[in-house]
Design a protein around this ligand. Sequence first.
Ligand SMILES: [Zn+2]
Ligand SMILES: [Zn+2]
Length: 233
Amino acid sequence: MENEVFYCNICNKVLHPTSEELKCIYCKEVSVADYTCDDHHFVCENCRLALPEELVLKTCERSEIKNPYELANLIMKHPAIPIHSPIHHYLVPAVLLTAIKNVGYDLPPRAVRIAIKRGKRIPYGTCGSWGVCGAGAGVGIAMSVLTGATYRSDTERSECLDASGESLLSISRLGGPRCCKASVYASIKSAIGLLEKKFKIKLPSNFEECPFSSNNVECKKDKCVYFKGGHQN
Ligand SMILES: [Zn+2]
Ligand SMILES: [Zn+2]
């Protein structure tokens, strides 16, 4: 095993041994690293072993990333996040709320925790079985946490329904089979549009290409708008 080569899960460059002090790309804690890549990416031991919910919460609470696509991709590159899974349902509101906070807006207390708790309750495969993709519903969750909507609200309730509805339409237009990554990207795109239109909240929206196509056996490749070079934002 001496010559086995390991690759950075962030940039795919070769990892090499080090004794530098580096900041963990997820939790931001500084520790003596054992391995790093040429770009000095480092994932601390706690984050390497973290379960998905803990990873999403910790990363979002400490991140300064303003672009929700970038934050979602960073989290989705962690090996604890499978290509397809219900984790994507709470990932969407968590990264949207974090990006909103990071461009300078105050969030209600424990906003990301509340969003994760709500998104976690959406089971696997509801895109096909309910006609409600959990990532799309995640935009409604983000909007609800942001506005404090309840089932008794007037405008805020409508805003949440619009947010989920528009997001679900954009996912529907992608066609099938389901791809949790594409659903996350379409949900984020829909949310960015809505946040700007209704709340004048402008989030960065640049997106280059989906980095997960080679790990997804069901990837639709050039039939997907998020496939390499195919996406127009
Ligand atoms: Zn790297
Ligand atoms: Zn860490």
